[in-house]
Write a protein that binds this ligand. Sequence first.
Ligand code: NAP
Length: 255
Amino acid sequence: MNMLKDKVAVVTGASRGIGRAIAEQFAREGATVVICGRKQETLEQVASEAAARIGDCAGSIHPIVCHVGRAADIQRLVETTHRQFGRIDILVNNAATNIAQEPVLQVDEARFDKMIEVNLKSAFRFIQAVAPGMCERGSGSIVNIASIAGLRPQYQGMLYSMTKAALIMMTQSYALELGPRGVRVNAIAPGLVQTVLSEYFWKDEQKLRQIIEEQPVKHLGQPAEIAEIAVMLASDRASYLTGQTLVVDGGRLLP
Ligand SMILES: NC(=O)c1ccc[n+]([C@@H]2O[C@H](COP(=O)([O-])OP(=O)(O)OC[C@H]3O[C@@H](n4cnc5c(N)ncnc54)[C@H](OP(=O)(O)O)[C@@H]3O)[C@@H](O)[C@H]2O)c1
């Protein structure tokens, strides 16, 4: 408890799945958490359900609608957060999509651009908007949610894999230059986690059984298991850790 007391955090894509679990865990640890997604109603429901679960003594969750593929939305979210809460100590770039599960030769330019915009440029825009304040205060933690697909190509998932691989390199590049200014930048590369995004891999029982068979930890990953790692990276307990990509995949990528 209280690992993130008095911290202000922004978690993108927190209306469900991993982002929602991260936002709730951050609030449990005492943070004031701004969550975003594309629908106000859904975000408000998430915030009120979280408040009921978390109780009074912890932090709080505040919804702000933001399409992460739109620069103006990102600017507005960052400005509103600064106005309401004074600063941003923690940024989690979690929102992402996978619109193109298809053979490489069918990939078209429109989908290529959209995946770059939503999965990659969004993180760049958020960091460019948030990190200067962190540097001025000499402290901050940025966590990018990548994927094991960014470390090993996903079959018929070139665009997704490509954006996640670039996010890992973006993490290292920012870490290198922002470290001396007190800002740590890390990534998490989850393996299969039970969310809407990954339904394709776990809804089919046979496919799921095969995946679980291939990994040392014999269960399907849950969003809360990623959230625990995000808390650690965001908190001062990880004060000597930067530029890293923590693979949280039940051991799936082990040789
Ligand atoms: N699940 C897995 O197995 C797995 C594995 C490796 C990595 N990951 C990564 O983990 C992160 C979270 O994924 P998830 O599995 O939790 O997915 P999810 O359940 O589909 O949730 C995605 C979240 O992102 C939001 N989002 C999507 N497009 C958005 C946009 N344009 N603007 C703002 N918000 C947007 C969604 O909100 P709205 O739809 O309400 O806007 C939702 O809250 C992603 O970066 C994903 O690549 C997941």
